[in-house]
Design a protein around this ligand. Structure first.
Ligand code: OAD
Length: 241
């Protein structure tokens, strides 16, 4: 393998680092077969977020929204973690203080056995009651409509964050804290257009972190980060480690 000196600063820093954060988006699961949102094959090419991923859409037509989430669960269920997910598990084992912040709802980081994972946008494998707020794991592939809460009888929804909704403040503040104190931030497979995740690299950089991006293509972040690697996360991350 040809030695590429662009890797050296990242590799050296990772070797000595005590506090590392990885921020991931849909691109890290692409090699597992999970569809991304943007780009030629992305979900938002064929579906409109305002019809399927907003509280207004759910209020208007909860059955349609549920059908879309059940369809997505069916797409994700057979997918397994790929070498990029596994590389982040290895990194967590080496770094004393490691936090994984993900925008993904697919659950693949947990399946790979990452431990300290903050799910910024929730998870597709949980349901939440719109009445009493009770959250439960649910992997039923043919969830019958309407899914009603066993405690209060109200309609349950996927436990994900939709456009126009606030993130869980506890998760957000844990993410902010990790970003404030990390020495290195790896930003992997995100188009960096959905807030607040899109700004997290800049928060970390401002606080002094060395920020490394891994993506198939340039993003709005690429010029602002310290190092931008273009390629597949499933190839670059294992090599970097
Ligand atoms: P996107 O679909 O917007 O972006 C995926 C990114 O991954 C793109 O920049 C691709 O270039 C890159 N990519 C694709 N395959 C890759 C690979 N094998 N290796 C490395 N990079 C690869 O997904 P997100 O940025 O995660 O939110 O989208 C953010 C949010 O927008 C999602 O969480 C979702 C969506 O609407 C909600 O639903 C609230």
């Amino acid at each position: 393998m040809i030695h590429d000196s662009r890797w050296d600063p990242t590799v050296t820093r990772l070797r000595g680092a005590k506090r590392v954060v990885a921020l991931t988006g849909a691109g890290i699961s692409a090699e597992s077969g999970v569809p991304t949102f943007r780009g030629p094959e992305g979900l938002w090419k064929n579906f409109r977020p305002e019809d399927l991923a907003t509280p207004e859409a759910f209020a208007r037509d909860p059955q349609l929204v549920w059908e879309w989430y059940i369809w997505r669960r069916g797409r994700i269920a057979p997918c397994a973690p790929n070498p990029a997910h596994h590389a982040l598990v290895t990194l967590e084992q080496r770094i004393p203080d490691f936090t994984l912040i993900t925008q993904n709802v697919d659950g693949l980081h947990r399946r790979a056995r990452s431990r300290n994972v903050l799910h910024l946008h929730g998870t597709i494998w949980e349901v939440r009651c719109t009445g009493c707020g009770r959250v439960e794991e649910n992997r039923d592939p043919d969830l019958a409509f309407p899914p009603l809460c066993p405690a209060c009888g109200k309609l349950r929804r996927p436990n994900v964050v939709w456009f126009g909704e606030a993130l869980d403040p506890t998760i957000l503040s844990r993410a902010e804290e990790a970003l404030q104190k990390c020495e290195i931030l790896l930003v992997v497979g995100t188009s960096a257009v959905v807030q607040p995740a899109a700004s997290m690299a800049l928060w970390a950089k401002k606080a002094g972190a060395y920020v490394v991006e891994i993506n198939l293509e340039p993003t709005p972040l690429s010029r602002a980060v310290d190092m931008s690697f273009q390629g597949k996360a499933g190839e670059i991350l294992p090599r970097m480690l």
